[in-house]
Design a protein around this ligand. Structure first.
Ligand code: CP
Length: 316
């Protein structure tokens, strides 16, 4: 079984069957993690390149570990030390990687749509590792898998996303995946950080976090992008903390077994208190572990382009 696509650009265009296939494929890869030999020969002879134009700890590292556990050769491009600083275009950089026979290019870029530009121009499989405010599909998938693993279902689950929904690519990918899988999705945050007409995606909007947490089975807290505070999208960090920080007191209004998630990196003491981040409800480190297995599943399931297959056949 494989996904019927060469690239993973977002979750908006995957259907429920694709999402189910990915969820079902993760567990066998995760089961490798407790073995002394954690590798499979699945991608032996393949080359995976990570091309990150923005900083990352979790996504870049876990893609590297995932690809290595599948026995691929992995090359990490540090954009600051590459020819990008000399003005090389995105497409020329991509074509250079393809000329070196990269089979997969994993890209993070501040520009929404940058992965799609590469996907249209290269035969290699392109995986979006976060583009602008658009999507972060593998984060959405690892969030989905963690919910499924812990709650044993997605359909009917009440999932609350809290914070800067407007600028969050993680929120967008969560919303696409969760609504397709039948979860009841709600968002909570200051009105200036909630996209207009988000209800049209089947999402309920709360401005009062105390009210919103009561029904939640899962609370996924998003990072407050402090760099955007210059845009005056909320009056002050102090006021945000007062109204929207997930504290132990607020968590006391939620169901006792509510799952607390955060994609990272966390601003402890801003969107989430340390007591909540380190509480038994939090599964933040498990999200990171699941990220490796989910990314192994994605690399395994993507279908190389027909042209790539023909080239491979000709070489054989
Ligand atoms: N969640 C996430 O994308 O983290 P990084 O920025 O560390 O990759």
């Amino acid at each position: 079984m494989s996904l019927n696509c060469k690239d993973l650009l977002g979750l908006e265009h995957l259907d429920k069957k694709d999402l189910q296939l990915i969820l079902e494929s993760v567990k066998p890869f995760k089961s490798l993690f407790t073995r002394s030999v954690k590798k499979t020969p699945t991608l032996i002879g393949k080359t995976v390149v990570t091309l990150f134009y923005e900083p990352s700890t979790r996504t870049r590292t876990s893609f590297e570990i995932a690809a290595k556990r599948l026995s691929a050769d992995v090359v990490n491009i540090s954009v600051g030390a590459s020819s990008v600083v000399k003005g090389e275009s995105l497409i020329d950089t991509g074509k250079t990687l393809e000329a070196m026979k990269a089979d997969y290019v994993i890209i993070r870029h501040s520009l929404s749509g940058a992965p799609e530009i590469l996907a249209r121009n290269l035969n290699a499989s392109i995986i979006n590792a976060g583009d602008g405010f658009h999507e972060h599909p593998t984060q959405g998938l690892l969030d989905l898998y963690t919910m499924y693993e812990k709650k044993k279902k997605i359909e009917g689950l009440n999932v609350l996303l809290v914070g800067d929904i407007l600028h969050s690519r993680v929120a967008k990918s969560n919303i696409w995946a969760l609504t397709k899988m039948g979860a009841n999705v709600a968002v909570a945050g200051p009105p200036t950080l909630i996209p207009p007409k988000i209800e049209s995606l089947g999402v309920k909007v709360y401005y009062d976090l105390d009210e919103a947490v009561k029904r939640a089975d899962v609370v996924n807290i998003l990072r407050i992008q402090l760099e955007r505070q210059q845009e005056n999208l909320f009056p002050s960090v102090r006021e945000y903390v007062e109204l929207y920080q997930l504290t132990k007191e607020r968590l006391g209004n939620a169901k006792p077994n509510v799952l607390v998630m955060h994609p990272g990196p966390m601003n402890r003491g801003i969107e989430i208190s340390s007591a909540v981040a380190d509480s038994s409800n939090a599964v933040i480190n498990e999200q990171v572990t699941n990220g490796i297995a989910v990314r192994m599943a994605v690399l395994y399931l993507l279908k190389p382009s027909k042209t790539a297959n023909k080239k491979q056949a000709a070489l054989n």
